[in-house]
Each structure stands twice: as C-alpha cells, then as structure tokens.
Design a protein around this ligand. Structure first.
Ligand code: NAP
Ligand code: HSE
Length: 428
C-alpha cells in the first residue's frame, strides 16, 4: 500500500477536534478516496489535560507547535490555533522551512501575511491550503480555483460571518435589541475571542480580501477593504427595513474595475425576498459571477466543528491525492498589486438620524442633502416622547461620496442630536 499521509495538528479546539473525529471515524473512506491512509501522528494545544471529547492517546504530544511543525513524522502541518501572528505564524513558517505542506483555517493570518507565507511555501515547493478559512463548510475556494478556473471572475459577494447574520436575524425574529442578542451570541459561544473581529466586520473583511485575491489574481489587500460593522444597527433599523421589504445583512462585495479593486464589507439592505435576504442564523452565502458561467450561488454552514473540519479535510485529501493548487489559485509571485478603489456605483441609501425637535430642523437637513446633490425619495419622522425626533430618509441613487459630503454638512446645521447611520440599499 502507498505510504500514509501523516498529519500534525496544532490546535485541538472546535475545528481541531472536528478534524481528529473525521480522520478517526472515516479512515476507510479517506483511504478509498485518496488511495493512501491519512493518519495523525502528533498534536499540540495549550493544555495537555483538557478533555476534548476525542481520543488522543495514539498521537505524540508537543507543547510547542513549532516543534510539532518540524517533526520528521509529519508530512502536513494542520494549523488550527488561530491568531494572525504569534504561534500560528511562527509554526507555519517553521513547517514550510522544514519542507511540510500546510493546511490552515486561519483567515486572520492569511489576510495579513498570506502573500509572504505563500511566496515562501512556493519557493520551497510546498503548498498552503485555506479552504476552511473562508465561509466554513462552503467549498468556495475550490469553486474559484477549480470549478470556475476557466472564467474571468467579475464579482464576488456574500454574507461571510455567521455570527453577524445570527445577531441580525435573531434581533428581527425576537424583536430584541442589539446588546441583548450580542450577549446571547456570547453565551452560545458564537463570538470570536475578540468579538470586534465579528461585529466590527473584520473577520468577514479578512475572508473577502482572501476571496478577492483568489478571484482576481491580485495581492491580498485587507487594509484596503472599506469596513463597517453591525454595532450601530438598532432594532428600529431592522423594523424600518422590514417595513420597506428589506433585511439588513453584513454584505461583502469585491470587484475589479477599470478604476481598481473595490472591496467593501458593510451592513446593507437587501430585498427580503432575495436569496441573501432569506439567509437565516449562522448560515453563509457566497455569490460568484464569472464571464462564461454567469452567477453561482453557494450556501451553507459558515462555521462550527463539522462544517469547518469538512473544509480542512478537503485540503488534506487534495494533498493526499497529489493535487497541489497554489494558495491563491496561481503562483503568489504572479499576483498583481491592484490599486484600491472606493466603491463608486451609486445606490439608494437608508439614512437614520435623530434631530433636535425644533422648527425647521428637517428643512435644514433636506437643504444640506440637496446641496450635496443627494435627492430624497422618502422621508419619515416617527413618533417620540422627548425632544429628540427620530428621522428616516431614503435617498434616490447617489454615490457614497455625495452622501458622506452631506453627512459632514449636517454637523453645521446644529439640529443633529446623534450621528447618522447610513446603510446602502443593494440590488442583489
Ligand atoms: P478554538 O476552539 O479556540 O481552539 C484553538 C485551539 O488552539 C485550542 O485547542 C488551543 O489550545 C490551541 N492553541 C491556542 N494557542 C496555542 C498555542 N500557543 N500553542 C498550542 N496550541 C494553542 O478555535 P477554533 O474555533 O477551533 O478555530 C481555530 C482556527 O479555525 C482559527 O483560525 C479560526 O479563525 C478558524 N476557524 C474557525 C471556525 C469555527 O467555526 N470555529 C470556522 C472557520 C475558521 P487549548 O485548547 O489547550 O486552549
Ligand atoms: N466568527 C466566524 C463567523 C467563524 O461567525 O462566521 C467562522 O469563520
């Protein structure tokens, strides 16, 4: 029989334990599919004594993930610790230097250091694979690098953070405020150790930057993603949106135009009846548009033990089969540096603000909007009991630049009681 493929797994939390379960439970299936056994030889985590619900007794233990990455009995280093820098990056570098292939679910590390890591892996003749880093169990990296490889990709968009989608859909279904649902998500263990990664849109921004690189053959440019999180979305916004036939989603859109690479991750209103509008809970959806294939919609679990471990295993099995696709679908030294471009496509916007309830306040706001070239489609002041009047404005199509100009101008009117919230209305 062909030599087994030997895995060293660093990180035995949600995803790592899931991978151990698949390797143990599906040994025959994995051998049948790849023609060789896939085995775990060594593992590493912070605490050796923690009960992880999986049997680790057959595996060597390393306290130090760097040592694990360098072991002679490891062919593939499976990095499932997380963190953009620190041990994850050090161990990945050590694995490459020691001649190992790497499989990782670590979107933060790859969004910040993916280019340099891929360059050194490729120079050493090794691969770093990342299916699990984007949209959990959805095979979107494979879809782009293999299934759609004959297409020029025109646009990538989607909901890529399950926690934010859970929070937004739960606020609507239970009629609960953001803070209460955030706490609920925390209790359920949905939030990253640093919750701002989720609710600040950073985690989803990491994923979008990785997908954009793979889709357009450009260098990973996370710093250029226009980022906005969901922290300022209120139950009022969700109810007003629903009233108009929309849902609020943390939506990522990336496209390469003649002006450069546009990448934005921000809350958007999408039609409630659209596939994106109907996405509930922690589910992710990625929409890919290619010049020959048209539109492809992928939907599935964006996180969790089983789905994420499933994605890790897809990369492991490729390596076992001898399939060696570059990290970003083409050699890292051929990725182009694209100029960052702000999204310029005009769209209608939802604008919510609180005004001091005094004569002429609304007229002043309307004047500033007009002076910035922003046309009002609908305007509503809804009931209130104190001297601050909540106001909702829906604009006709406008650019974000014109809207930002108007928002900056509101300050000087002296009638705005709280900073406005602007949400793009996206046609999807
Ligand atoms: P997790 O449950 O927090 O597990 C992290 C594991 O790494 C733990 O076993 C921890 O050890 C170990 N670890 C941390 N620092 C270490 C160090 N210095 N040395 C050795 N081991 C160390 O994380 P996770 O949810 O499985 O996520 C792992 C990776 O997958 C992250 O990059 C994450 O972003 C990514 N990911 C996760 C999901 C998901 O649904 N969870 C989905 C997609 C991608 P102890 O257990 O001893 O503390
Ligand atoms: N925090 C991420 C999410 C985990 O909620 O989608 C999966 O990447």
């Amino acid at each position: 029989m062909t030599e087994p493929l030997r895995l060293g797994i660093a990180g035995l939390g949600t995803v790592g334990a899931g991978v151990v379960k698949i390797v143990r439970q599906k040994a025959n299936l994995l051998t049948a599919r790849t023609g060789r056994p896939v085995v775990i030889t060594a593992v590493s985590a912070r605490s050796r004594d923690k009960d992880r619900g999986v049997n680790l007794s057959d595996f060597a233990w390393e306290d130090d993930p760097v040592k694990l990455a360098q072991r002679d009995d490891v062919d593939v280093f499976v990095e499932l610790m997380g963190g953009a820098d620190g041990p994850a990056k050090a161990a990945t570098e050590a694995a490459i230097a020691a001649g190992k292939d790497v499989v990782t679910a670590n979107k933060a590390m790859l969004a910040l250091h993916g280019q340099e890591l891929a360059l050194s892996a490729e120079a050493a003749g090794r691969v770093i694979r990342l299916e699990a880093a984007v949209a959990g169990g959805i095979p979107v990296v494979k879809a782009l690098t293999e299934g759609l490889a004959g297409n020029q990709i025109e646009r990538v968009m989607g909901v890529m953070n399950g926690t934010c989608n859970y929070i937004l859909t739960r606020m609507e279904s239970a009629g609960l405020p953001y803070a209460e649902v955030f706490e609920e998500a925390n209790q359920l263990g949905y939030l990253e150790a640093d919750p701002t990664l989720d609710v600040g849109g950073i985690d989803a921004g990491h994923k979008l930057a990785l997908l954009a690189s793979i889709a357009f053959g450009t260098k990973v440019a996370f710093d250029d993603v226009e980022l906005e999180g969901i922290e300022r979305i209120t139950i009022d916004d969700i109810e007003q949106a629903a009233d108009m036939g929309y849902k609020i989603k943390l939506l990522g859109v990336a496209q390469l135009t003649g002006r450069g690479l546009e990448q934005r991750m921000s809350p958007c209103l999408v039609p409630a009846i659209s596939p994106l509008g109907q996405l509930e809970g922690g589910t992710n959806m990625v929409v890919l548009e290619g010049d020959h294939v048209g539109q492809i919609v992928l939907r599935g679990a964006g996180a969790g033990e089983g789905p994420t471990a499933s994605a890790v295993m897809s990369d492991v099995l490729d390596i076992a089969r001898g399939i060696r696709v570059s990290t970003f679908g083409q050699p890292a030294d051929m990725l182009e540096a694209a100029k960052a471009a702000k999204s310029a496509a005009p769209a209608p916007y939802y604008l919510r603000m609180t005004l001091h309830d005094k004569p002429g306040a609304l007229a002043k706001i309307a004047t500033v909007l007009g002076e910035s070239g922003v046309s009002v489609d609908r305007m509503r002041q809804y009931s209130h009991e104190d001297t601050s009047a909540p106001v909702l404005i829906v604009t006709h199509k406008t650019t974000r630049a014109a809207l930002d100009d108007a928002i900056a101008g509101f300050e000087a009117t002296g009638v705005v009681a709280s900073p406005p919230v602007a949400i793009r209305i996206e046609t999807v």
